[in-house]
Design a protein around this ligand. Structure first.
Ligand SMILES: [Zn+2]
Ligand SMILES: [Zn+2]
Length: 420
């Protein structure tokens, strides 16, 4: 009986295998095209909300893929398209981000971006794909080409999401508010990749549960009473108060928060005063406040307010002005979906190259899609042993072999989610 069951299981497994297209062959067919796509995107990097050429290129490329239909809507500079399979099945969404960063490229690559743009502040800057969104677009586009080749057998529909303005945390909400998941487009799940320089090429990392942070922050005006630096007793020194407050923020994290509920408060900007011997009236601090869970997120503003008011009151200073804001929400990877995708990863790249990475304090507005339907963003290794690189740095030069790995993983997890 046992051997009969085993045989049956083998037959079923073989049948499932037979249904799955030869993705290795499809990757080989489109890898060269994908590298060309990545280079085009890299050379034409654009700032958030200004992805005009990138949008036109993506739209044109998608429209030329057999079976793909562009979806019109109030997407801003985003792009939405669908590829319907010949077999019935669920909608599976795949998101790629599209924007570059205000960074002047220093890679020396032949296809370096030469674009110069002006920021809202008036500062003139170079533009660069320094976060790998060029790679993400090449993966998404060519995964779509691969799936188009086998669309007659595809058991579901691919919803292609080209998200603009990820770097400023604006794209996902714009697309959701414009109804991307409405009118017969609500997906069973939403998937995405992000490249990572700390993960070696050939490896892939996942994290079930919260994996990116709530990205909040504040602007704090520390008020004092200005005067001569020689007679501090005749003033209330906001520089001294600001220093105490900065150390106080660190003590909130170290002494008031549960160590199992991670959070970070970093003051990234401090401004006040004009001259060494003049005590100013005011010092302005700007900080980022990050956490992984809602409870911690909600507890922090009150503790920060209590601290700054207490420190100001202790020397009779005017009450500080605290402007607290809630930014991008934490990204939660659906544990079940993660588990299902990890099985696919292990099969393709081997269990030794697939692992869990710790949650990080970076932000990603993919989180908003993943709050609507089960979502999972996994990390694709682009780390190179021959050079030290980081995302958001002018020297980011990803190994292009990562593109084929990304295409394979992407196509297979999308297919498996449709077939489940
Ligand atoms: Zn980025
Ligand atoms: Zn990014």
């Amino acid at each position: 009986m046992r051997s009969v069951l085993f045989l049956l299981a083998m037959i079923l497994a073989t049948a499932a295998l037979a249904e799955r297209p030869d993705f290795e062959e499809l990757v080989a067919k489109y890898e060269e095209q994908a590298i060309a796509d990545r280079r085009w995107a890299h050379e034409h990097a654009e700032l958030s909300m200004r992805e005009f050429e990138t949008q036109a290129w993506l739209r044109e490329s998608l429209a030329a893929i057999p079976g793909v239909e562009l979806v019109d809507g109030e997407w801003g500079t985003g792009v939405v398209a669908m590829l319907k399979g010949g077999k019935p099945g669920p909608i599976v969404a795949w998101r790629t981000d599209m924007d570059g960063l205000p960074i002047t490229e220093e890679t020396g690559l032949e296809f370096s971006c030469q674009r110069v743009d002006t920021l809202g502040s008036g500062r003139v800057t170079g533009v660069m794909h320094a976060c790998g969104h060029d790679l993400h677009m090449a993966v998404a586009l060519n995964m779509t080409r691969m799936l188009s080749d086998v669309r007659d057998e595809m058991p579901g529909t691919l919803l292609f999401i080209g998200e603009q303005a990820e770097e400023i945390g604006a794209g996902a909400l714009t697309l959701l508010e414009a109804g991307i998941f409405e009118e017969g487009r609500r997906p069973k799940c939403v998937l995405a990749i992000h490249d990572h320089t700390s993960i070696p090429l050939g490896q892939v990392g996942s994290h079930p549960g919260p994996s990116t942070a709530n990205v909040d922050g504040f602007v704090l005006k520390v008020k004092g009473v200005g005067g001569h630096g020689a007679y501090p007793h005749k003033s209330v020194d906001p520089v001294s108060l600001a220093a105490k407050m900065i150390l106080g923020f660190e003590s909130i994290v170290a002494r008031q928060m549960d160590v199992n509920h991670h959070c970070v408060i970093s003051v990234g900007r401090i401004e006040g005063g004009t001259k060494s011997n003049v005590i100013p009236d005011e010092v302005v601090l700007e900080a980022t406040v990050r956490s992984l869970d809602d409870e911690t997120r909600e507890a922090l503003p009150e503790k920060i307010e209590r601290l700054v008011n207490g420190i100001a009151a202790s020397v009779g200073a005017p009450e500080p002005e605290l402007e607290y804001y809630m930014g991008t929400a934490a990204g939660i990877n659906n544990p079940e979906l993660v588990q299902e995708c990890r099985e696919v990863f292990r099969r393709i790249i081997g269990p030794e190259n697939e692992y869990t990475y710790p949650a990080g304090m970076g932000g990603e507005d993919f989180a908003y899609f993943a709050r609507e339907v089960p979502g999972f963003q996994f990390r694709l290794g682009v780390g190179r042993p021959d050079r030290e690189m980081a995302l958001h740095r002018s020297n980011l030069d990803i190994p292009e072999e990562a593109i084929a790995i990304g295409m394979r993983l992407a196509a297979e997890v999308v297919w498996e989610q449709m077939a489940e």
